[in-house]
Structures are given as structure tokens and as C-alpha cells.
Design a protein around this ligand. Structure first.
Ligand code: FMN
Length: 331
């Protein structure tokens, strides 16, 4: 279709109008509720819109043809799970029919009135406000009762395909002049956890942008979530800016609990590298290479230091002893 021609709307050809609607880029949600039998039900929806702040109203449009329309027409409570870019597979599953969409999906126990998907970017727990008939869809308007939100890039949808916002999110951060990335050198056993983003030739340490107003604890949790591990940070390990980067990196030393790492996004690779695999040759950036080399040397010697970039080429302050919990610290 030419972008200059006008086209009359035709009931016989809804496809081309649908593709024009698809030029409006959206996020992606999964709308969920319990049915009368107590079974969780849900479907992928990008028709979500915030409507009003006071009262807190949102809407989502449900196709009359949707198998779960009767459930959502009757449910007094439902949840809108706003997806992050690591939940692409979940979006595809919930856009399907007749499968057990909730198999293997973790739900938040803290919210029993609607099945809320753990690990979503945000969750809005709603009560039904009203239902409005609108052509081949029904508009479900909900009043938000509780909400929660975490860090991460949203899952986007444009012209029938998912959109990766990770680079865009970086651009926004840089524009706002708050470009700090927090990364973790996560040790597991004798190895180091590295990630490789889709389409990237090199590996890197797991890291996320630190948005203003977000606690250190939350940002560290987000780094761990990216690699599907849990663990503890012990101390700030390094702070530097690679040539050509428009952000600073703040790196923590961390140890992961046992368990296989797993990427949050279906396409991101996560692996534990041993020293004899020389993982510092697989990463990019002069500082990152030497930091990973230093990590393995120090781990071997069980003596760590903190690096700070200085005008004369950088300084390392040695740490005496192992980090202890602050309650056990002898003042
Ligand atoms: C990205 C995306 C967005 C969608 N948005 C909507 C929507 O807003 N409303 C809707 O009724 N269906 C939407 N769908 C289609 C439903 O997810 C799909 O029809 C699903 O099978 C409905 O599940 P159900 O039949 O179990 O109710 C969307 C699908 C995708 C992939």
C-alpha cells in the first residue's frame, strides 16, 4: 500500500486496515484472571491503554472471538501483566489457543485474587469497572487496586513483530545524562558468568542501566535476574569508562548460589566460563578485558582489590580479609 493514497474502509478487506493499525507501536501485556473453576486463564493483548489516574482506570480490548471472553466478561478481578523484553516466549504462548498456557509459569503468591505473572516488567491488579461493547471487540475497563514494577526494557510490538528496546533504552538514559551501568562479576564455583546478547559476537558481564530513583538492591537483583541466578554481592570491584562508551560502569563482585544460569530472554546466551577458557579474550573493551583477567588472578590468590580509574592509569586498593556481614564487623 502506498503511504500517499487514501483507502476506503472495506468490510471485505480488514487486513490492510489491520496492518495500518499495526504501525502504532505498542507494548505487550498478558491479561489474566481465574475462571469459575479456579483455573488460571490469560491472553496476550497489546490493546492496553491507561485511561485515568483518579480514579485509576485502564482498558484492554478483547476480541469477541477470543476463547477466554466469557471468563473476562464475568471475572470481577483480573491482572494486566506488562511484559519485559525477556518475556517474548510467554507472549507467544499466551497468544495461542487450547494449550495449557500456564504450564511452568510462576505466579505471585502475594496476590491471590488474580494470577499475576512473576518476573513481569509491571503488574496492575484490577477490579472490573465496566464492559463496553465495541464492534467485534469488548472493552474491559478495570480499576487498578495494586501495582508493582521492576527494572528492565519493555517488550515492544510493531507491524506484527516484536521490537527490541534495549538499545533505545540506552539512548534515553544517555540523553538524560544519567548513564551509569551496573554490572556484576558473578562467580559460580571456579567460573565467571558471562552473557551474550542476540546478534553480538562478543560476551559481556551481566549489567543493566541504573535508573535514577532505583535502589542498589533492586538494580543488583535485576542483574541477577538477567542470568536467571540468585546470589550476593560483596563489594564494589571496579569503576571505569571504556573508550567510545557514553556511560560509566560500576562493577560489583558477586557470588551466585548453586544452579544452572538461564537467560531471561529466549535468545540471550548465559554461560559460566572457567579460567582455562580465557574468557577475557571473548569480551570487548580494554578495561573489561583486564578486569576479568584480574578477577581470575585474584580469585586464584584469594586476595581481591578495588579498581578506580585515575589520571595516572588507575589504582587498585587491596581488600584485607573476606567481606563480612556488617553486623559481624568489629568497629
Ligand atoms: C502481540 C499480540 C497482541 C494481541 N493483542 C490482542 C488484544 O489486544 N485483544 C485480543 O482480543 N487479542 C489480542 N491478541 C490475540 C490473542 O492473544 C489471541 O487471540 C489468543 O489466542 C486469545 O486467547 P484465548 O482464545 O484463550 O482467549 C494479540 C496477540 C498478539 C501476539
Amino acid at each position: 500500500m502506498s503511504n500517499l493514497d487514501w483507502h476506503p474502509v472495506s468490510a471485505d478487506d480488514t487486513r490492510s486496515l489491520r496492518s495500518v493499525f499495526g504501525t502504532f507501536m505498542t507494548g505487550v501485556t498478558i491479561v489474566t484472571a481465574w475462571d469459575a473453576q479456579g483455573t488460571p486463564r490469560g491472553f496476550t493483548a497489546n490493546s492496553f491503554t491507561s485511561v485515568s489516574l483518579s480514579p485509576a482506570l485502564v482498558l484492554v480490548c478483547i476480541a469477541r472471538s477470543a476463547g477466554s471472553l466469557p471468563v473476562f466478561s464475568e471475572a470481577t478481578d483480573f491482572a494486566i501483566n506488562i511484559l519485559g523484553d525477556w518475556q517474548r516466549d510467554l507472549s507467544t504462548t499466551f497468544a495461542g489457543r487450547g494449550v495449557d498456557k500456564f504450564a511452568g509459569v510462576e505466579l505471585l503468591e502475594s496476590e491471590p485474587s488474580a494470577p499475576c505473572l512473576a518476573d513481569s516488567l509491571s503488574v496492575l491488579r484490577c477490579t472490573r469497572h465496566s464492559l463496553v461493547e465495541a464492534g467485534d471487540h469488548v472493552i474491559l475497563i478495570g480499576e487498578v487496586q495494586r501495582y508493582r514494577s521492576s527494572l528492565g526494557s519493555p517488550l515492544g510490538y510493531f507491524r506484527g513483530s516484536y521490537v527490541d528496546f534495549a538499545e533505545g533504552a540506552k539512548a534515553i538514559q544517555v540523553e538524560r545524562g544519567s548513564a551509569l551501568k551496573v554490572g556484576c562479576l558473578i562467580a559460580q564455583g571456579n567460573g565467571l558468568v558471562l552473557v551474550r546478547e542476540p546478534g553480538c559476537a562478543h560476551w559481556s558481564i551481566p549489567e543493566v542501566f541504573w535508573h535514577s530513583g532505583v535502589s542498589q538492591k533492586a538494580v543488583i537483583e535485576d542483574v541477577f535476574r538477567r542470568v536467571g541466578l540468585s546470589g550476593q554481592v560483596s563489594f564494589i570491584y571496579s569503576m571505569f569508562e571504556e573508550a567510545g562508551d557514553d556511560f560509566t560502569r560500576l562493577i560489583f563482585r558477586a557470588d551466585a548460589a548453586a544452579g544452572a544460569p538461564a537467560a531471561r530472554s529466549g535468545e540471550r546466551e548465559v554461560r559460566v566460563f572457567a579460567a582455562d577458557e580465557t574468557p577475557w579474550l571473548l569480551v570487548k573493551g580494554e578495561y573489561t578485558v583486564s578486569m576479568i583477567q584480574r578477577f581470575f588472578t585474584e580469585r586464584e590468590a584469594d586476595a581481591f582489590g578495588i579498581y578506580c580509574d585515575t589520571a595516572d592509569g588507575g589504582r587498585i586498593a587491596g581488600i584485607a580479609g573476606k567481606p563480612v556481614h556488617w553486623l559481624d564487623w568489629k568497629h
